[in-house]
Write a protein of this length. Structure first.
Ligand code: ADP
Length: 486
């Protein structure tokens, strides 16, 4: 499928270090389009000395950036955000080319990512401390909020733009300098943000992007260098645990946005049409490849048949197509490993007695990564599909009989990121919302993520919150001053 960028200079091919797109010292790696396997770009591998250079530059930049008045930091962030919206279409095309999601979703992601930049530009102005009453009349207690220091981050491929901006906007607003290693599958969206950061006038070393396939090498530097004060990660729980351990040697502050296993509960008093609508949004966004995508659909036995009939109709109507096709509602999965995983989970469930009602395999006419929207019934909690993140367009349905059973099923996971439930009873809404062991709950709502809300999980889903009035605190330290002898 053909495309043209209005601004070709947004397509960059190397890491952005110390205010420059760096030369290639260590060869190149390929970025492929998941829709057809075509080559999108060859990108230079960052090497170890360049990672060191970036850390040095970030350290130097921090000294100046933290002293830059908040209003000036906010103004630069707003200029960066305006450029993102001005180039929204080009950024969306690049995102679809490297990631696969529909152009419509990619366009929305650019606006969503940019919304964190404007949000935190405003929050920068309100990095307020406090004056606290002391226990002695000769003392006064002051609390200052200070930027934590140089921040490093590693981000995944499912939101190549927004997962970076959620972190970078908060860090920069607080006065931290920021280095990110995006996923090697989707480096182009990150590099385009660097180009726009430069155009916006962000000082050298304040925002840097390191791209390469040597994730472990880059990660080692970013989690162990003592000049880095904080590490922020979004990705799988397994890699998150590894990087968290690596951060221990220098006791870095950490934010971790890890995996989830989102339940979606349909109670017998739910508005079934609204529930189907919410489920379609919460399940099939990005072809099921988000950490807040529904993993387990729990339906009350009394409404199961009528809910299922509506769900099959809505799911069968979804249009699977390349992301740049204007009709696309569901794009390809990211790579063959993702397709293989979905197949594995389906095979396991079917072997153990689940029933396939729709889909179940790839659409070979479109290509090897286009997985059909799939519905699996009679799923039990012990099946792998109930226990692991599917990260694909599969609805796995389990029936329950009581509210208590639904809550127990929903909480039956070591992770606790997002979850959803539909009920028209006020008392039940409060009961169930309180009982769910989750960081985020959609009540009669399938799309919950936005800049005003604190995004994050409990249990093994992570540490910290992104976005909202609380998000800046993850990038601040409190300093207490005790004024004595008054
Ligand atoms: P996903 O399953 O979403 O790809 P991963 O946790 O594998 O999640 O990847 C998220 C990010 O972590 C990517 O940028 C990837 O390159 C990076 N990553 C993966 N393994 C390591 C590692 N050992 N050290 C540092 N970064 C890693």
């Amino acid at each position: 499928m053909s495309y043209t960028l209005q601004d070709q200079a947004l397509l960059k091919h190397s890491s952005f270090i110390q205010g420059q797109f760096s030369p290639a010292f260590a060869g190149h790696f390929a970025v492929h389009n998941p829709a057809d396997g075509s080559l999108v770009a060859l990108v230079a591998q960052v090497d170890s000395s360049q990672v060191q250079q970036a850390i040095h530059a970030a350290d130097q930049a921090f000294a100046l950036w933290r002293e830059t008045p908040a209003a000036q930091r906010a103004a630069l962030l707003r200029r960066w955000q305006a450029l993102m919206l001005q180039h929204q279409q080009d950024l969306a095309i690049l995102l679809t080319l490297e990631q696969g999601k529909s152009l419509q979703e990619a366009t929305a992601e650019i606006a969503y990512g940019a919304s964190y930049v404007s949000w935190f530009a405003d929050e920068a102005l309100r990095m307020n401390g406090a004056v606290l009453p002391a226990l002695q009349s000769s003392q006064q207690i002051l609390v200052l909020k200070e930027p934590v220091g140089v921040v490093s981050a590693i981000t995944p491929w499912n939101f190549p733009n927004a997962m970076i901006l959620r972190k970078a906007a908060a860090a920069l607003a607080a006065g931290c300098s920021f280095i990110v290693k995006p996923s090697e599958l989707t480096p182009l969206s990150a590099l385009a943000l660097a180009e726009l950061a430069q155009r916006a006038g962000l000082p050298s070393g304040v925002f840097q992007v390191l791209v390469g396939t040597q994730a472990a090498m880059i990660g080692q530097h970013l989690t162990s260098d003592e000049r880095i004060a904080k590490f922020s990660f979004t990705g799988s729980t397994a890699v998150g645990k590894l990087l968290l351990a690596q951060c221990a040697s220098t006791v870095k502050k950490v934010s971790m946005e890890l995996g989830g296993n989102a339940p979606f509960i349909v109670f017998d008093d739910a508005d079934l049409d609204a529930a189907v609508k919410g489920l379609m949004a919460a399940k099939f966004r990005n072809s099921g490849q988000t950490c807040v995508c529904v993993n387990r659909v729990l339906v009350h036995s009394a409404v199961y048949e009528s809910f299922l009939a509506k769900l099959v109709k809505a799911t069968a109507a979804l249009v699977l197509a390349p992301g740049l096709d204007p009709n696309c509602q569901l794009g390809p999965l990211i790579n063959q490993a993702a397709v293989d995983k979905v197949h594995r989970l389906l095979d396991d469930a079917l072997e153990q007695g689940a029933e396939l009602l729709l889909g179940g395999t790839i659409d070979a006419d479109l290509g090897p990564l286009f997985f059909q929207p799939t519905i699996l019934a009679d799923v039990t909690p012990d099946m792998a599909v109930s226990q692991q993140e599917i990260f694909g367009p599969v609805l796995a349905l389990t029936v329950f009989d009581t509210e208590q059973e639904a809550i127990e099923l929903a909480n039956n996971s070591p992770t606790g990121l997002a979850g959803y439930f539909y009920s028209q009873s006020v008392a039940r809404v409060f009961r169930v919302a309180k009982a769910l062991q989750l960081g985020m709950v959609g009540v009669n709502e399938g799309l919950i993520s936005n800049a005003a809300a604190p995004f994050g999980g409990v249990k093994e889903s992570g540490l910290g919150r992104e976005g909202s009035v609380y998000g800046l605190d993850d990038y601040c330290e409190l300093k207490y001053l005790c004024l004595g002898g008054l």
